[in-house]
Design a protein around this ligand. Sequence first.
Ligand code: 13P
Ligand code: SF4
Length: 369
Amino acid sequence: MTAPSDKRDITFPSLPSIDQGQLDEAWAEAARQSAEYAPGERRALKERIKQLLKEQDAVLVAHYYTSDDLQQLAEETGGHVADSLEMARFGNEHPASTLVVAGVCFMGETAKILNPEKRVLMPDKRATCSLDLECPAEPFARFCDAHPDYTSVVYANTSAAVKARADWVVTSGIALPIIKHLATQQEKVLWAPDRHLGSYVQGRTGVDMLIWPGSCVVHEQFKADGIKKLHEKYPQAQVLVHPESPADVIALADVVDSTTGLIKASLNPEVQQFIVATEPGIFYKMKQASPRKTFLEAPSGGLGGSCESCLRCPWMAMNGLRNLARVLETGDQEITINEDVRRKALLPIQRMLDFAKQQRITMKDKGNA
Ligand code: 13P
Ligand code: SF4
């Protein structure tokens, strides 16, 4: 990819492009995980996993984009299904000595950064994220060095090494309040790697931001025209959009928020139909909470990151019952992080968690919690 530049002619490093081979590899593993079960196999796997979690003092934390099976299992075993911010908080507060993180690699790494004394396992730690791939640590560090008057804010969807170079880490659930806070300090922000979330936050705050040009292969696919057409068919529907989506899709939204924020919005008793622009794994929780409501997938271009007919994240889809059972048996997908990198990466993550805590206290004080 050629190095893009922003309006001020600031040149960004060339980003590695995501090649089809990487996506095909993820889809091949996803297909192995979701291959049809022999009679009784699914139930047996679930029972085996439940037993292994108990034996190993382990707790399962799953992202909303994982399969219904994994979300169900996390709920049934005293674990948690959450967005990336809440996954980090839960793992940090839970007493289990092993955290099993069903999601993508940055989520496992965040758990390990916060809990160095715990064993952190993932069903498959090759499960990555296009944002992480498009923001390698070295060019990012060089870009920070070239702009020392900017506060660096990185999205959680980055490697531990990138976090180690950042001043702040944010998730989609807390990006806006943190950038608003930085605005009150007159900070200029170097933002990486999601350009759509960055532009959205920039538009809402007016902060001077240098925005790294990465994107999510899933959310990038949503198409404003398709959403408009679907809305004409369902004029009563609210449009819920994750802020990793392009600006023209965000412009159509009734609600723009993190995965947790979108699930909360779907509880609105006044609305019965929703057009949802995010990864469809989220429908498990939405339908569980509101079984009588209609949830429609926002139309996409059907290209690139996801299979032709669906918007599943290829890396989230690598998590399955089969590799979850295997990792609990073998322990082979353990997350390890260089201690120096871990200590450095902890600072901006802790800054975010402390800020979130402070915000919650403030909300409670105002009687809004
Ligand atoms: P959340 O922080 O909303 O969970 O999003 C993580 C993610 O990867 C979205 O694509
Ligand atoms: Fe990364 Fe997009 Fe997958 Fe989220 S949905 S993990 S941002 S590739």
